[in-house]
Ligand binder design. Structure first.
Ligand code: OOG
Ligand code: MG
Length: 264
């Protein structure tokens, strides 16, 4: 129970940090703190992540979008996108295995990662402007690991939990965006050699560029922009799938190649 209202943020931070440290599920923050709002949740997210930044390896290395596809919004019963922070030390290099026992109840999801080539500062950024700001695109995978039991959460809960971000892996093969039509790129997601789902880039709000525009405009509400050279994971293209030791998950995206992750 949060002791007094002014200490709710500290209470939320200690709940979230404790869950990760001890690898245990917790109840949604809003079960106890029903008034937690989006703005406060983003402030908690920032403090949660920055609290861990002690050296270069734990610095913030990019941004991520979440719940940008209809598949994910339906799966999680949430109606709008969210953003979170990527941390350098949580990146899995290509070919490196994922240690499942370092996480609570991880799931994998296929994504397109982009790198911006100019600053994007909202409000009022359009998808056309955002598309111009995409320098390269790559095949990527995110490992999400909500701290909340059964991935049950409201929007403020998942925002405070840094949008379930646990690990991410991005192919080193970066394709110049001017050579691509992101919405029409086909996506195949496989687990242990079987296709579990398919999608196209358009799963992300019709166009990953629309996701990037949403991000620029959302950050503007907090007085922030997307600097040039920012890595952005644009959100899951399909439902996330549970993974266990021994599983091999693979994302293939037309023109962007293939990314394989081995779980141990
Ligand atoms: C929230 C994070 C969603 C995505 O790509 O849609 C996300 C969750 O589903 O736990 O990262
Ligand atoms: Mg994701």
């Amino acid at each position: 129970m949060p002791p007094v209202v002014t200490n709710n943020v500290d209470w939320a931070l200690s709940e979230l940090a404790g869950a990760s440290r001890e690898r245990r599920e917790i109840e949604p923050l809003t079960d106890t703190w029903a008034e937690l709002d989006e703005h406060t949740a983003y402030a908690i997210q920032k403090r949660l992540v920055l609290g861990h930044v002690r050296d270069e390896s734990s610095r913030i290395s990019g941004l991520k979008l979440g719940l940008t596809s209809v598949a994910k919004q339906k799966q999680m019963n949430v109606g709008e996108p969210i953003y979170g922070l990527l941390v350098a030390s949580r990146m899995i290099g290509e070919g490196e295995p994922l240690a499942i026992d370092s996480l609570i109840h991880p799931k994998a999801e296929p994504e397109i990662a982009i790198v911006t080539n100019r600053e994007l500062r909202g409000p009022g950024i359009t998808a056309d402007q955002a598309r111009e700001a995409i320098g390269t695109a790559s095949c990527a995978m995110e490992i999400i690991d909500s701290r909340f039991k059964d991935f049950r959460f409201t929007l403020p809960d998942v925002i405070a939990d840094n949008t379930s971000a646990a690990r991410h892996t991005i192919s080193a093969f970066r394709v110049p965006a001017r050579d691509l039509d992101l919405p029409t790129l086909g996506v195949v997601f496989e687990k242990n050699g079987e296709v579990v789902s398919t999608a196209a880039g358009a799963a992300i709000l019709g166009d990953p560029a629309a996701g990037l525009a949403w991000l620029a405009n959302k950050l503007a509400e907090h007085g922030e922009s997307i600097p040039a050279g920012t890595v952005v994971m644009t959100g899951a293209l399909t439902d996330a799938i549970a993974i266990a030791p021994g599983d091999i998950v693979r994302v293939s995206i037309a023109q962007l190649g293939t990314l394989t992750l081995r779980c141990v």
